[in-house]
Each structure stands twice: as structure tokens, then as C-alpha cells.
Design a protein around this ligand. Structure first.
Ligand code: URA
Length: 242
């Protein structure tokens, strides 16, 4: 088994970061420093240590959190701001967010200690739909709707078409539901800003077939095995982008 895969399975990091840990000289195999990212090990015989601690394969954990605004989607913040980890009371072991939500974005965030799972779900090659409820400034125009449904030109290229439904039009704002499958940084906010309707508030309500249900803000629940398998099947069978 590749060392990076073992590190990801043991919850040390996502698969990509695991290779970085090796290159950074933080991993020893049987007491000997290893820096080749492609190193192969025997998971039954070899003793792997990460920053001086022996790693053992962990029980896999998959959670869904209803993230409130004001929590960072990361494991640690050097500035001491609250992170989603502060909401996972009672969970043993290191978990990592599966993708990110902005500090002020609320809603569905997956977390896991299974680096392989994380990699598959967030890999941009595959289409995993993410649905958002978005309150935008002003009354969304037909022209903006057409642009969003066609794809919007951003600094990092043309986006895929979004699915957009208008839920409520108010005097100074519009509530919409928007689904996208790419995972670019701040994508929903950037697409809406680009078509002239800045986002006031953003909430992710679903990832593929998983929705928040009646999970309260700040609460989490474990995914059941069918949900985990369903997500993996979807990511694996997803249509790769051109
Ligand atoms: N798009 C955004 O702009 N922000 C998020 O947090 C998620 C998607």
C-alpha cells in the first residue's frame, strides 16, 4: 500500500496533504525518515510514525454538520477564531472538513477522517451537486437569470451552468435556490456579484441527495453507511468534466 494512502486512511491528512507530510520529512517508517512521496509500505508489518506519534488505522467517521455563520471550515485558526471543530463535542479523533464553506456561510458541511472519501467527494473532475439558498440584493433580473443558467465568466474561467429557481421576490432583495457542481472558491458569491446581484446571505441546503433535514444549526449527525456508499458511488460514477 502507498504510504500516502495509509496516512490518509489513518486520518493524518487528506491524500494530497499526506504526500506533503512525507516530503516535509514528518513521517518515519520503522524509525527511519522517509521523504519519497511514492513510498510503498506493508500496513500489517511496518510501523509508521507522524511527528513522533505512532499511527494506527482509525474507525472511519462521516458527519454532517449544520454550520452556523462565524465558524471557520478548518481544523485550526492561528488567529484563534472559532472553527467547526469547536462544534464537534463528543467526537474522538481528528476530522477534516470535506471542502469548505466561507466564514459567513451557513449550512451543510461534511466532515470525515477518511482522506480517500474526502478526495473523491471534492475532486473537481466529478459532478456532485451542491444546493444553496441565497438572498441577493435587489430584484434578480431575467438577464441575470439567463447568465447564471448559461455559465458566468469569472477570473478563473467560465463556470458551468447553474440551476436557479426564484423562491421569493421582495422589494429590495430576492431569495433564490441555486445548484452548482463545481467547487471553486467563493463561487456562488462571485457568480452573483458578476451578474450584478451581490449576496446578502448564503446557506448550503444539500449535497447531492443529502439535505439538512431537521438538523438544527450548530448540530451534527453521523451519516449512515448507505449515505456514505451513495456519495462514493456518485463521485465514482460522476461524469468527468471536459
Ligand atoms: N460559494 C460561496 O461563495 N461561498 C461558500 O461558502 C460556498 C459556495
Amino acid at each position: 500500500m502507498r504510504l500516502a494512502k495509509y496516512l490518509a486512511a489513518a486520518g493524518a491528512a487528506s491524500r494530497r496533504k499526506a504526500e506533503q507530510l512525507i516530503v516535509e520529512g514528518r513521517i518515519k517508517v520503522n524509525g527511519v525518515l522517509v521523504i519519497e512521496p511514492g513510498r510503498v509500505i506493508n500496513p500489517h508489518l511496518d510501523i509508521i510514525d507522524f511527528d513522533g506519534q505512532i499511527l494506527k488505522p482509525q474507525k472511519k467517521i462521516y458527519l454532517m454538520l449544520n454550520k452556523p455563520a462565524g465558524y471557520l471550515s478548518s481544523t485550526y485558526d492561528p488567529h484563534g477564531r472559532p472553527t467547526v471543530m469547536d462544534l464537534l463535542k463528543g467526537i474522538q479523533g481528528r476530522l477534516y472538513p470535506v471542502g469548505r464553506l466561507d466564514l459567513d456561510t451557513r449550512g451543510l458541511l461534511l466532515l470525515s477522517n477518511d482522506g480517500e472519501f474526502t478526495n473523491k467527494i471534492i475532486h473537481p473532475r466529478y459532478h456532485v451537486d451542491k444546493k444553496y439558498q441565497v438572498l441577493v440584493k435587489g430584484q434578480l433580473s431575467e438577464k441575470a437569470l439567463r447568465q447564471l443558467r448559461k455559465g458566468v465568466q469569472l477570473e478563473d474561467g467560465l463556470t458551468s451552468p447553474a440551476e436557479v429557481k426564484v423562491l421569493q421576490t421582495n422589494t429590495n432583495s430576492t431569495l433564490i435556490e441555486m445548484s452548482i457542481h463545481e467547487g471553486r472558491k467563493r463561487q456562488v458569491k462571485r457568480m452573483l456579484a458578476q451578474v450584478g446581484f451581490p449576496v446578502i446571505s448564503l446557506k448550503r441546503t444539500a449535497i447531492a441527495f443529502l439535505d439538512l433535514g431537521n438538523l438544527e444549526e450548530g448540530q451534527y449527525r453521523h451519516l449512515d453507511p448507505h449515505e456514505v456508499k451513495g456519495l462514493l458511488d456518485l463521485a465514482q460514477s460522476g461524469v468527468p468534466e471536459k
